[in-house]
Design a protein around this ligand. Structure first.
Ligand code: ATP
Ligand code: MG
Length: 363
């Protein structure tokens, strides 16, 4: 059997810096655990524009379609702000998501014990927190037609349409149930069925899909009440599934329960491939952070945790993912901090590569 394949797209800004640390981790798994990956690397975003005049070359797109998992750093930066919309770095990312049809966006909110004091919330609210928000990514109000700004009488009207087909709801629901099966078997679906037709259909379809997953305990919540519960007592949840708009808001709110942007990974999954695993792209939630790019200050943990998600969801190496996450917790417990995680006085921050090295030692 051939080795599992990964396409690395470091991108722009701090993307290449944090990805260099993931490279160390991949090498460690090869050397010490004899887990080999076929790793290839290519350009995306501004870096691809500089080389090819397009934020994503067709060859790169074809490679992304062929591998088991794509690992992406970040795209964009002030240098590219002047570019035409059609070749902006972000378009490269959007093309990947669209052509790979990555409809299910997984955003964990996980609190490492060592950082429980760092959150803006009370320690007992976040300590040990480990939840996952599944956001529908390719449909809903951001894409529905009709849309636009039209003239009506003597004023303008801004129009967007929330639209979900049964099959769109079903496939993201299924991916959330599959995830719940591998976790605590608890799924909460959030919509606004009280005021939205798409919410009524959402609730119906999710309930129907639940019949295939009798072991999973399903609940429903209105998204506004869900937002409140998420802040009040987030540990009541395991997996949350919701639409594109609500997921955008809820996953950002949930993310802030846990501290720094430099700690947050994500996965975007599509339909199952021949090997049964979903098409997948993994990336840190943060952007290219132009304000600190090139200074060796970036926290590589979000990107390394994104690789841990790849181990778990694309390569069926859940134990190895846990090993990596524990190593990160060990490092944090020892007080090793990049600049974004500094809270206490008297701690000298480590560099991006200093953090990567410490994680390798802990592994
Ligand atoms: P984008 O439009 O690409 O999302 P953004 O400006 O919205 O970019 P980021 O690029 O993520 O967001 O940066 C937001 C802030 O967080 C910046 O001050 C940046 O330095 C900081 N930041 C982001 N990622 C990291 C990281 N990995 N380590 C340390 N600081 C980070
Ligand atoms: Mg941003």
């Amino acid at each position: 059997m051939s080795n599992p394949s990964i396409l690395i797209l470091p991108g722009d800004g701090i993307g290449p810096e944090v990805m260099a640390e993931v490279r160390k981790v991949i090498t460690w798994f090869g050397d010490k655990r004899d887990i080999q990956f076929d790793v290839s690397e290519d350009l995306v975003g501004g870096a691809a524009y500089d080389a090819h005049g397009t934020p994503l070359h067709d060859d790169t797109m074809a490679k992304a379609q062929a591998v088991d998992a794509v690992l992406l750093g970040a795209v964009g930066g002030p240098k590219y702000d002047v570019l035409d919309f059609s070749v902006k770095p972000e378009r490269g990312l959007l093309r990947l998501r669209k052509e790979m049809d990555l409809f299910s966006n997984l955003r964990p909110a996980q609190c490492f014990d060592a950082l429980a004091d760092f959150s803006s919330l009370k320690k007992d609210v976040v300590a040990g927190l480990d939840i996952m928000i599944v956001r529908e990514l390719t449909s809903g109000i951001y894409f529905g037609e009709p849309r636009g700004i039209i003239e009506e009488g003597n004023e303008r009207v801004g129009i967007n349409t929330q639209r979900y087909t049964e099959s769109e709801i079903e496939r993201v629901a299924r991916s959330a149930f599959e995830l719940a099966m591998r976790r605590d078997k608890k799924l909460c679906s959030m919509e606004k069925a009280n005021v939205m037709e798409s919410g009524i259909l959402w609730r119906e379809v999710v309930t129907e899909v639940s019949k295939d997953y009798p072991e999973v305990e399903l609940s429903h919540m209105y998204a506004d009440a869900g937002a409140m519960q998420l802040c009040r007592w987030p540990k009541q949840f395991d997996v949350i599934v919701t639409d594109n708009l609500f997921g955008d808001l809820l996953s950002d709110a949930a993310a802030m329960l846990t501290g720094s942007l430099g700690m947050l990974p994500s996965a975007s999954l599509g339909a199952p491939m021949d090997n049964g695993r979903p098409k997948a792209m993994y990336e840190p939630v943060h952007g290219s952070a132009p304000d600190i790019a090139g200074e060796g200050k970036a926290n590589p943990i979000a990107c390394i945790l994104s690789f841990a998600m790849a181990l778990r969801y694309s390569f069926d190496l859940g134990d190895e993912a846990t090993r990596l996450e524990s190593a990160i917790n060990t490092v944090l417990e020892k007080g090793v901090r990049t600049a974004d995680l500094l809270g206490e006085e008297g701690v000298t921050p480590v560099s991006t590569s200093g953090m990567g090295d410490a994680i390798i030692v802990a592994l």
